[in-house]
Design a protein around this ligand. Structure first.
Ligand SMILES: [Fe+2]
Length: 185
C-alpha cells in the first residue's frame, strides 16, 4: 500500500511519505495562484491612501522594473504588501516569509525590513523614530542595507500616484509563476 492512508503519523511509512512528496511537488503551481489571489484581493483595500493596495504594489513593481531591477526584486516588490490582505500590523513579516523559499537573501531582507525603512517618510507622524532603519544596519550587510534603502526610497514610498502609468498584474504574472515554481528549501 503506497497511498497516504495513515491516520496518525507514528504509523506512517516511507512509501506513504514518498507519495505525499510527489503530490506536493505536482501541486506546487497552486502557490503562485494563491499569491495572485491574495494580490487581487488588495484592490479592495484603500484605507485612506490615494491608490488601492493592489495599485500600490503594481506601481512599486513597475518603478523597480523601469529602473532596471532584476526579476526576483521586481516580483518581491509586487508582493511586498500582500500581507495586508491578512493583517496590516505585521504585513512585512507575512510577505517576507511567503517569499523566503523562493528568493535570494538580500531580496528577503529587503521585504522583511521594509516598513522600518519606509518609516523615514512617515514614522514621525506617529511619534515613532524616522531613523528606525538604523537599527537594522548591524544585522544587514552593506549591500543588503543599500538595496533596502533603494526599495523604500526610490520605489515603495513613491508608488501612490493614481496618474502614473502602472503596469497591470498580467504583465507580471508569468514571472511571478516562475519565481514561485521552485522552493529552494
Ligand atoms: Fe508599500
Amino acid at each position: 500500500m503506497t497511498a497516504s492512508t495513515f491516520t496518525r503519523m507514528d504509523a506512517s511509512t516511507p512509501e506513504q511519505w514518498a507519495v505525499i512528496g510527489d503530490e506536493i511537488y505536482r501541486n506546487q503551481p497552486r502557490v503562485a495562484e494563491s499569491v495572485l489571489t491574495m494580490l487581487r484581493s488588495l484592490s479592495a483595500i484603500t484605507d485612506g491612501f490615494a491608490t488601492d493596495q493592489l495599485t500600490h504594489c503594481l506601481q512599486t513593481a513597475t518603478l523597480a522594473e523601469r529602473t532596471g531591477a532584476d526579476d526576483e526584486i521586481v516580483i518581491a516588490a509586487l508582493c511586498h504588501d500582500v500581507g495586508k490582505a491578512v493583517s496590516v500590523a505585521n504585513h512585512p513579516a507575512i510577505a517576507a516569509e511567503m517569499l523566503r523559499p523562493y528568493v535570494r537573501t538580500d531580496v528577503y531582507e529587503m521585504i522583511r525590513v521594509h516598513q522600518d525603512f519606509q518609516g523615514r517618510h512617515y514614522y514621525a507622524y506617529f511619534e515613532m523614530d524616522p531613523n528606525a532603519r538604523e537599527k537594522h544596519r548591524a544585522e544587514l550587510t552593506p549591500d543588503q542595507y543599500a538595496l533596502a534603502e533603494r526599495f523604500a526610497d526610490e520605489w515603495d514610498q513613491m508608488a501612490f500616484d493614481p496618474e502614473y502609468e502602472t503596469l497591470p498584474l498580467e504583465h507580471f504574472e508569468p514571472r511571478l509563476r516562475e519565481v514561485f515554481a521552485r522552493p529552494r528549501f
